[in-house]
Design a protein around this ligand. Sequence first.
Ligand SMILES: *Cc1c(COP(=O)(O)O)cnc(C)c1O
Length: 382
Amino acid sequence: MTQKVIQPYQNLLINEYSNLLEKKNLISGYPENQKFSYKELNKFFKLSINNVGDSFQDSNYPLNTLKYEAEVVKYFSELYNKKNDYWGYITSGGTEGNLFAIHLARTKFQNGIVLFSSHSHYSIMKAVAVTRSQFSIISAQENGEIDYLDFEKNITKFKKIPIIVVLNIGTTITGAIDKLEIIKNILQKHKIKKYYIHCDAALHGFILPFCENHLNIALDKIDSLSISGHKFIGSPIPCGIFLTHLELKKRIEKSIDYLRASDTTLLGSREGISSLILWVAIQQKSKDDFRKLVKNCLKLAEYAVRKMLKIGIHAWVNKFSPIVVFPRPNDSLIKKWSIAPYKNIAHIITLPHMTKKNIDKIITDMQIDMKKRIVSKKIIVR
Ligand SMILES: *Cc1c(COP(=O)(O)O)cnc(C)c1O
């Protein structure tokens, strides 16, 4: 009998896998849904898939999943109420979508100034740096939402310069949504004709369309939108969805003879497994299933807030958000539960993998921590 020899590196991988698996259920502060299954895609890792070229044109490289990529973009475009003349592609994540948006905006308005709030994700500042754009940072309200008065002040200050606005459709830290209608009214009030609106909807972009009475962010009311695929939906590979209008894409399109396709995306070679991942994700669940899933996550967030308030922890959530914000706990708790800290606050996110049981455990740990703090304070007083 021949016995398969396990190489040392293979042993290391076996150990690493169980090591990572153990940590999985303790992730509560970062917006990565851990609950997904794409088993049927394992065999695709045997192929060198490459979606080089435009997402809506076949290329000369036959091992691609472009057909699925286009279907995913169509699905998301319809989620944002646009059935025709949309365009988009599967990105490597929300960051690429944001960078590409600023690139598109600056192609349209070469001297445009980028306005975004102090609570915007760091990828916006990076996109501004890469594109060498002028920018102005708008202050944010207490809940993380953009300060509309400060926005208006900036609008009047930069008269005659095209305005490129990046709205947070859910900030990273508090899940606050900047209100498109208010921003558009301000632009209208000041008779701004040249503007570009990009929505950074990394996490909440797949939550909002499934909420009752959600703010109506239709693709036709904005210029582009970026969503992360690995956040609410969940994916073993970071990925994202970028959406815009066909007309905007045409401004940057270049035909590449070598590929017999056109170059329209930020990257050249593009990974094609995540197109399959996102395609499978939208086959596995109906829109009603997603509605239920979103509802349960938001309910769980309310549950966490109620329980924390009950023991005297000042917790809160923004509307349409599963991000539960509370005062920053001690570092060992932050480490144990992968809680995300930011200055004097911190948060957990009730994504689909989160359970009442885990939330209860976190709150119990918080309670123990609070008691310890009270005891040590008493000692100091004595
Ligand atoms: C996470 C996040 C991003 C970046 O997305 P990646 O997929 O990690 O690149 C951008 N904006 C916001 C608001 C985010 O929360």
